[in-house]
Design a protein around this ligand. Structure first.
Ligand SMILES: *Cc1c(COP(=O)(O)O)cnc(C)c1O
Length: 438
C-alpha cells in the first residue's frame, strides 16, 4: 500500500504486515480499543499545519475556522499553537468559552446572529464581530451600548468573487445570503451606518470567497475590489475616521482528498496575498492593512482518517461491486451533499489480490449514502476488513448526524504511540437522551 503524503496525515505509515499506523498506533489496535467507525486525528499533523500557517502569516492574524471541526481539546491546542479562533454560532462560542480561549482572540461571524448570541459575545469580550446586515448593526450597537463597551467590528463584504472548487463563477455571486454587496453600494452604506454609532468601532473589512480553492486568482481579484472600497471609504470620511487597519480575507484554501488534487502551501498563499495587498494599496496610496485569514479545512482536513469495518460485499454482475461499511452519511455527508471525491485503502492487512473498482457505501437508508464513489481496492476484500478514508478532518464530525439512530463515532487523537478520545462515541443512552415520553 503506498500512501500519498499530500493526502495522508504526516505520521501515516504502513507496517510490513500491511497494517496502517497513525501517530504510531496500528489501526487494528485502534479498532479494538475504540470500535468502528472512528475518526482518528493525527495530533502532530494538526499541530504541524497550525505552525505552517503561523509561520507563513507571521505578520497577520490566523483564525482557525471552528466550523470545520471544534471540540474542547482542539481549542486548547489552538491556544498552545498561538492561533486565534473564528466562531459562527453561540454553540461554537460556548466551546471557546469552556476551553478558556482568550476572548480577545475570538472572531464571531454569521448572517443571523441572535440578540442572545450577540449579547453573550459582547459580555464575553469577543475581539471582533463581523457585522452582516443593517438590522444586526443596530442590534449590536444597542447591545454594546447597554454593556457600556465599544465593540470592534468588521464589515462582511461580498466582493463579487465566488470560488466553486476549481473555478470562479462570474454570475450569481451577488445573489447570496452573506454580507453587504460591494457593487450595489451596500457595503459603503454599512460603513456609514457603523461610523455613525459611537458604541461600535470599525476596524476593517471581511470577505470569504469560497472553499476548496487551489489558486490565488480569486483572492487577488477580491483584494483589488476590497482595497478600492477602503480607498472610497477614506475619500468619503477622511483620514481620521475612514482609515481601517484590518483586512480579513476569510478561509477557503483547498486540500488533497485524492492524488488528483494539488493543494497550495500556506506560504505560497501568504506571499501572494501580501504581494497583492501591497500592490493594490500602493496604487491608491492606502496604508497596507494588517491581514487576517481563517483557514479551517487547510488546517484540520488532512489530519484525520475515518476507520470503517467492512460489513458486506455485494457484486452486481456487469454493474458494480458495493462494499458496505458501518458508517456513512451520518459521519460523512460531503459525498451526498457535494459529490465530493475520496479515496480509501484496505488498512488492516496486506493483500496480493488484483484490485477492482468498487463503490464504498454506508449503512443508511438512502441510496445516495455513498462514502467513496469509485476506488480501486483488492478483490479479496471481505467482511471484517478495515477500510481507512483520509481527508476526514473538516466538515465530517462537525456535520455529523444521528440519521437512522446511528450513534456518532468518536474522535480519537493519536500521537507518539498513544491514543485517546477527544470526543467519545455516542452511546445508546445518548441517542435517547432528548426523548420525552409524556
Ligand atoms: C467556512 C468559512 C471559513 C473556513 O473555510 P475553509 O474552507 O474551511 O477554510 C472561514 N471563514 C468564513 C467566514 C467561513 O464561512
Amino acid at each position: 500500500m503506498s500512501l500519498d503524503p499530500a493526502v495522508w496525515p504526516v505520521t501515516a505509515a504502513c507496517s510490513p504486515a500491511g497494517v496502517l499506523g497513525l501517530g504510531g498506533v496500528g489501526v487494528d489496535e485502534l479498532a479494538a480499543s475504540f470500535g468502528t467507525p472512528a475518526l482518528v486525528l493525527d495530533e502532530a499533523d494538526f499541530r504541524d499545519r497550525c505552525r505552517q500557517w503561523r509561520t507563513a502569516f507571521a505578520d497577520s492574524e490566523v483564525y482557525y475556522a471552528g466550523k470545520a471541526f471544534l471540540c474542547l481539546a482542539l481549542a486548547r491546542w489552538l491556544v498552545e499553537e498561538d492561533l486565534s479562533l473564528d466562531v459562527c454560532s453561540g454553540g461554537e462560542l460556548l466551546v471557546a468559552e469552556r476551553a478558556g480561549f482568550p476572548a480577545a482572540r475570538l472572531l464571531f461571524h454569521g448572517n443571523n446572529k441572535s440578540p442572545a448570541e450577540l449579547r453573550r459575545a459582547v459580555e464575553l469580550g469577543v475581539g471582533r464581530i463581523v457585522v452582516d446586515s443593517a438590522v444586526e448593526i443596530d442590534r449590536l450597537a444597542r447591545t454594546a451600548a447597554a454593556a457600556g463597551i465599544r465593540q470592534r467590528v468588521l464589515i462582511r463584504v461580498t466582493p463579487g468573487v465566488e470560488a466553486h472548487t476549481h473555478e470562479y463563477v462570474a454570475t450569481g455571486q451577488e445573489d447570496q445570503k452573506f454580507g453587504f454587496s460591494l457593487a450595489s453600494g451596500a457595503a459603503a452604506e454599512a460603513a456609514r451606518q457603523v461610523l455613525a454609532l459611537p458604541s461600535l468601532e470599525l476596524v476593517g473589512l471581511h470577505a470569504h470567497i469560497g472553499s476548496q480553492i487551489f489558486d490565488t486568482s480569486g483572492y487577488r481579484l477580491a483584494i483589488r475590489r476590497l482595497v478600492a472600497l477602503l480607498a472610497d471609504i477614506r475619500a468619503e470620511h477622511g483620514n481620521e475616521r475612514g482609515v481601517f487597519a484590518e483586512l480579513n480575507l476569510g478561509g477557503g484554501l483547498g486540500i488533497a482528498y485524492t492524488d488528483a488534487d494539488a493543494p497550495m502551501p500556506a506560504m505560497e498563499l501568504a506571499d501572494a496575498l501580501a504581494a497583492a495587498v501591497g500592490k493594490e494599496c500602493a496604487a491608491v496610496g492606502y496604508p497596507p492593512p494588517r491581514l487576517a485569514v481563517e483557514p479551517g479545512r487547510a488546517i484540520v482536513g488532512s489530519s484525520t482518517v475515518t476507520l470503517y469495518e467492512v460489513g458486506t460485499v455485494k457484486e452486481l454482475p456487469g454493474l458494480r461491486t458495493y462494499v458496505s461499511v458501518d458508517g456513512g452519511m451520518s459521519d460523512n455527508i460531503r459525498t451526498a451533499l457535494y459529490g465530493a471525491h475520496y479515496t480509501a485503502v484496505l488498512a488492516s492487512r496486506a493483500s496480493n489480490a488484483d484490485v477492482q473498482l468498487v463503490t464504498v457505501c454506508g449503512k443508511h437508508c438512502e441510496s445516495g449514502d455513498i462514502v467513496v464513489r469509485e476506488v480501486a481496492l483488492p478483490a479479496d476484500l471481505a467482511p471484517g476488513d478495515l477500510l481507512a478514508v483520509p481527508g476526514s478532518g473538516a466538515y465530517h464530525y462537525s456535520m455529523a448526524s444521528t440519521y437512522n439512530h446511528v450513534p456518532r463515532p468518536p474522535v480519537v487523537a493519536v500521537a507518539g504511540g498513544r491514543a485517546r478520545e477527544i470526543v467519545r462515541r455516542e452511546t445508546e443512552d445518548d441517542l435517547l437522551r432528548l426523548d420525552v415520553v409524556p
